[in-house]
Design a protein around this ligand. Structure first.
Ligand SMILES: [Zn+2]
Length: 302
């Protein structure tokens, strides 16, 4: 008989010794990963739990038109939050009706928000991004796992439009790069990367980390850093310029070890933070201070 899988919230870890920031989380999506019988906490509760664990600031990422719109009132209601908004690479082809099948074989799923053209959606992101608590454009980039040739063409166009917007508005850029390292690097170099460019949920190995070191691009580490099989990712962290290392959860996805498969929230950034310290051979207090300094260099303070 199959063992019943545990979908409940992982326990709160011991608080970090120095406050840190989860620089990439999707608080409006918490319900997406919950199963029957598991309680959906309010955003107030989720933030309070993170703060009690030493994750005192968070960047809320709204990367489809609905969640970008929903991000603004969240920023206004919670002093712990700053925001990032964009049209995600898996959303852009839906707006331009160019979504096709990628290697993952998933059929595109249209929603009402996709009735807005890609140009109009991008224009709205530009308007929403004028809010003073928006600190980054993202997540944008390329996802070659979820797109075929037509979708990839649209992703490239949308990525370039987001790069231009981040530069024009002097905002940081958060990049989603799935199975597309070379193309992402090529576009950033061709167009000129924004001054503060972050590979969100960094998924490269040493080679990409060395390119980021050369270019001064930030590498943001999430739960996969703690997964047993990801030796290449830990090697990348091992060679990363210390001034370019950031921390995130990408919650509610990518729950760190040993809680994989259960819901994720910013309080669980503690486990990834501990792994960063361990891989870098730093005391936890030093590693937290380093990551927090880097976070403020990218996004400022709020
Ligand atoms: Zn994300």
């Amino acid at each position: 008989m199959a063992r019943t899988r545990d979908y409940s919230w992982p326990p709160a870890p011991q608080a970090l010794p120095v406050s840190v920031t989860d620089n990439h989380t999707h608080l409006e999506s918490l319900a997406d990963v919950l199963h029957d019988g598991v309680e959906l906490p309010g955003i107030d509760q989720v933030i309070a739990l993170a703060v009690s664990c030493g994750v005192t600031k968070m960047i809320q990422v709204g990367c489809d038109l609905d969640s970008a719109r929903a991000t603004i009132p969240m920023l206004e209601a919670h002093q712990e939050l700053a925001g990032a908004i964009a049209i995600h690479p898996n959303e852009a082809p839906l707006h331009s009706r160019t979504a096709d099948l990628g290697p993952d074989g998933l059929e595109p799923t249209y929603a009402q928000r996709h009735d807005v053209s890609l140009d109009d959606a991008l224009a709205e992101i530009g308007e929403l991004a004028q809010h003073p608590k928006i600190v980054a454009i993202g997540e944008t980039g390329l996802d070659f796992f979820r797109a075929g040739p037509a979708g990839q063409r649209t992703q490239r166009e949308a990525f370039r439009a987001h790069i231009a917007l981040a530069k024009e508005m002097n905002l940081a850029l958060q990049i989603h790069d799935r199975d597309a390292h070379d193309a992402v690097v090529e576009i950033l170099r061709a167009d000129g990367a924004p001054e503060r460019t972050v590979f969100h949920c960094f998924s490269g190995e040493e080679e990409l980390a060395r390119i980021c070191n050369e270019e001064g691009w930030y590498m943001s580490f999430a739960g996969p850093l703690t997964f047993g099989a990801n030796e290449g990712l830990r090697s990348a962290l091992g060679v990363a310029d210390p001034s370019l290392i950031l921390l995130e959860t990408d919650a509610p996805y990518l729950t760190p070890h040993p809680y994989r498969g259960r819901p994720n929230a910013p309080y669980l950034a503690v486990h990834t933070m501990e792994k960063i310290a361990q891989v870098r051979g730093l005391e936890l207090v030093e590693a937290c201070s380093l990551v927090q300094r880097n976070t403020q260099a990218v996004y400022g303070t709020w």
